[in-house]
Design a binder for this molecule. Structure first.
Ligand code: SAH
Length: 390
């Protein structure tokens, strides 16, 4: 097996258990490396650290799969590993729909597997894990006997690994418009053309968290995608709900979802740029009891983090201005580049500029089928905050 030796001075990150090794942290490689190979990683003084996969084309040279030398990385390893992922989800009570594999947090760097009842959507975002796609598919077939498996590898980050963007069936073809049940409500999910894997499972508990504050309320949602929060609001007794998204496809799906749940009389969706509309309505003096915001990441890299901060501040400021005194702001951020503390600071700045007093009702993160590993920042990414606005 190929041996990779770290430099003498290595980042505490690796020593403390982080699974990524950057190319500039490596002293030497013994053996003829092919991209995707499984290698053994050693410290400069030849102490075994772990086994992982390598890609000389990527800045992240090695991603560790295990720190146990006895582990053999083969088909069986993936079967057992996926079984453990499933056992964990069963243990914590996330079975019908769940993120079955959450990459680094489950010991499978860059592998995402979302389970939508009998259907599975997978993403293999690095060469080394992409190599094992057949083993992953076999494991899913063995454990679940699924109705269908679909690959959503149409993700730009794959190009950093020298991989093409692609999507398609990894099982016999099936109707990729499926219906899932969440919190007793039903949602159309477009596995083939929806965003990411088709549906944002990470907010499933947060959607429940609005249950009481939306009762009898006039609710405005922005960045609604397929309308999940808004349809929850209508179901929980909101007087009226209006949802906005810039994507016409998302809005069409959201309106279908409202019908599917019989709330179309009080819950409708429109295509709009939330930045423009919220600003305009602020000027016009429109008011709501609850405003819900779940914008996209605004940035993908640390270099342009300021762009994200400005975006979050701006949209939350505009949202707060639309809230009647005593009403609520329900606001999320899904990028790990903005940590929980920074996010709260941004909301505080927005409140100051809007000249509104706020108090925190709840501050949550992603659902526990997306476990968080301390020290691995990219595993804690979702912030979900409810504040009362005076
Ligand atoms: N709340 C949703 C997820 C939202 S994802 C859920 O729980 O399922 C973010 C959404 O913001 C996407 O649907 C995207 O189309 C939309 N979006 C991005 N920029 C926007 C803008 N300027 N105005 C309105 N919507 C926007």
């Amino acid at each position: 097996m190929i041996s990779v030796y770290l430099k003498r001075k290595i980042a505490p990150r690796v020593a403390n258990g982080h699974p990524w090794v950057f190319a500039n942290e490596v002293e030497r490689i013994d053996g003829d490396v092919q991209g995707g190979d499984v290698v053994e990683l050693f410290s400069h003084d030849k102490k075994f650290i772990g086994k992982g996969y390598i890609n000389p084309k990527s800045q992240i040279l090695v991603r560790l799969l295990t720190r146990n030398r006895a582990d053999v990385i083969n088909e069986h390893y993936f079967l057992e590993g996926l079984r453990q992922c499933w056992d964990y989800r069963k243990k914590i009570g996330y079975t019908e729909n769940c993120r079955l594999v959450f990459g680094e947090a489950d010991g499978f760097p860059q592998l995402i597997v979302d389970k939508f009842n009998d259907y599975f959507v997978i993403q293999t975002l690095a060469l080394g894990i992409d190599t094992w796609k057949p083993a992953i598919v076999n494991a899913i077939n063995t454990i679940f006997e699924p109705k269908g498996i679909y690959e959503r590898n149409d993700v730009p980050v794959r190009e950093l690994e020298g991989l093409p963007q692609q999507k398609g069936f990894l099982s016999a073809p099936f109707d990729t418009q499926i219906i899932i049940t969440e919190n007793g409500l039903r949602f159309h999910v477009d596995i083939e053309n929806g965003q990411k894997t088709g549906y944002f499972l990470d907010q499933q508990d947060n959607r429940k968290a609005i249950q009481h504050i939306v009762k009898d309320a006039e609710v405005l949602g922005a960045f609604t995608y397929t309308g999940t929060f808004e349809i929850h609001a209508a179901h929980y007794g909101a007087k009226s709900v209006l949802g906005l998204d810039i994507s016409a496809n998302a809005v069409a799906q959201a309106n279908r979802n409202a019908e599917l749940n019989g709330v179309q009389d009080r819950c409708r969706f429109e295509t709009a740029n939330a930045f423009d509309v919220l600003k305009q309505w602020g000027k016009e003096g429109k008011q709501y009891d609850v405003v819900m915001l779940d914008p996209p990441a605004f940035t993908k890299s640390r270099e342009t983090i300021q762009k994200a901060i400005t975006g979050y501040k701006e949209i939350n400021l505009r949202g707060m201005k639309l809230i009647r005194p005593g009403g609520f702001l329900v606001t999320s951020s899904c990028t790990n580049l903005v940590g929980p503390e920074l996010f709260l600071q941004i909301i505080e700045m927005a409140a100051k500029d809007a000249r509104r007093k706020i108090r925190q009702v709840t501050f949550q993160t992603q659902a526990p089928d997306h476990p968080i590993i301390w020290g691995m920042e990219n595993t804690q990414y979702l912030k979900f905050l409810v504040v009362q606005v005076q």
